[in-house]
Design a protein around this ligand. Structure first.
Ligand code: SF4
Length: 397
């Protein structure tokens, strides 16, 4: 069945209302719910159908989001590690491709002008639309009356009169609208994106710092258990994840890749640990990792109260199921492997942002000089009599 348009659907109240508002006009809308290691609820699809009657397609934005986080987003990070402007540009680009595949005529979002201080400011919204290449396609139905009419409104496909003029951060009008549509369950505002939380940034930052090409799977693993790193100048940083509960244990088993090692206790119940690329770690490092890992098992700490020189046996398994056993003394100081605190992450983020800005300035200067040089070469007669033009000044004829 052909569609009229697609809608970027986060599952938040605004995107639900935008979908219902357009459907109320009789438009056939395909809701696109993008998922990545940082956001998305792929399992909520049937609930959305049941609660709101919406057909939601789950789509993957993982590789694009990981690239943004790793490669430094063009418009920078927000307060934490959230690259909101570039994220929106990215999702709109993906939605444009999907809209074309489905034969739709527009892309809608649930954005409300002025709702967020940065990414929903008018100038930033225009920039996002432009850089995503959706100038003629983007419809923002909840605040359309504050914006210029779009081609899908001018053509009569969408009835502009039935679009809204919401503005600002209040939610009362959205709640009234939810009542109008008879919504029995209203999603709580904000949240949902792990990149906006400092605790998660402490897990993600080492990945972008230490792993040359972190993958989607790496970032998914970073959402699991205790995240611990050991990094020494001049050596490869080592990453260990220790489960906090049985669910983490299962997840770590599923995450284990060819070069990883799984570690567990031979004689006590307790967590397991995943040592990423552990097959390549030197023996002394493996021993230090296991010493620290066993200290997270409550039964080991209880046993240590009775026997202060306790040795604990740890099994180490490779993906091919081969296994070895190591005896270690628990390291209760737990400092050899650690994770950065937020202040450290923030300081490094600011330092990198300043460096990027300096690089950009230098690039702009080089470009200016190249333009001036090209102009002088093409106007040899003017060289001695006229000052060089500013980079953006048009040469007079
Ligand atoms: S909060 Fe997260 S999902 Fe939302 S725009 Fe920002 S980076 Fe993207």
């Amino acid at each position: 069945m052909s569609i009229d348009g697609v809608l970027l659907f986060s599952g938040g109240l605004d995107s639900i209302l935008a979908a219902l508002l357009l459907q109320e006009q009789g438009l056939n809308i395909r809701c696109l719910h993008y998922v990545s290691p940082f956001f998305g609820s792929p399992r909520a699809r049937s609930r959305w159908k049941q609660l709101y009657g919406l057909d939601v397609e789950i789509a993957d934005a993982g590789p694009e989001m990981v690239r943004l986080v790793k490669d430094w987003p063009e418009h920078g990070f927000g307060k934490v590690m959230n690259p909101c402007v570039d994220c929106k540009i990215t999702l709109l680009r993906l939605a444009k491709v999907r809209m074309e595949e489905l034969g739709g005529s527009f892309i809608a979002t649930g954005e409300v002008l002025g709702q967020r201080p940065m990414s929903q400011r008018r100038d930033i919204m225009n920039l996002i639309r432009h850089q995503a290449g959706v100038d003629d396609l983007l419809l923002r139905p909840l605040c359309a009356k504050h914006l210029d009419p779009t081609p899908c409104e001018l053509s009569g496909l969408v009835d502009r009169e039935r679009l809204l003029d919401l503005h600002g951060r209040g939610r009362q009008e959205q709640l009234n609208l939810a009542r109008h549509y008879g919504l029995t369950e209203i999603p709580s505002p904000g949240g949902g994106c792990l990149l906006t939380e400092r605790e998660n940034a402490r897990h993600y930052w080492p990945l972008r710092k230490y792993r040359e090409r972190p993958t989607v799977e790496d970032f998914r693993l970073a959402n699991c258990g205790r995240q611990l790193w050991h990094a020494e100048e001049g050596t490869t940083a080592c990453w260990m994840v220790v489960a906090r509960n049985n669910r983490d244990n299962e997840r770590l088993r599923a995450f284990a890749a060819a070069d990883d090692l799984l570690a567990g206790l031979c004689d006590y119940p307790g967590p397991i640990a995943l040592l990423r690329d552990g097959c390549r770690w030197p023996g002394d490092l493996l021993e230090r990792a296991c010493s620290q890992f066993v200290s997270y098992a409550p039964r080991v700490t209880q046993a240590m109260e009775q026997d202060s020189v306790l040795e604990v046996r740890v099994w180490l398994k490779r993906a091919d199921a081969s296994q070895s056993v190591l005896s270690v003394r628990p390291d209760t100081e737990r400092t050899f492997f650690a994770r950065p605190d937020w202040e450290e992450v923030r300081a490094e983020k600011h330092a990198l942002a300043s460096r990027r800005e300096e690089e950009r300035k230098a690039e702009r200067q080089l470009l200016r000089e190249a333009r001036q040089k090209a102009w002088l070469e093409s106007h040899p007669d003017r060289v001695s009599t006229q000052a060089e033009p500013a980079h953006d000044a048009k040469p007079r004829s």
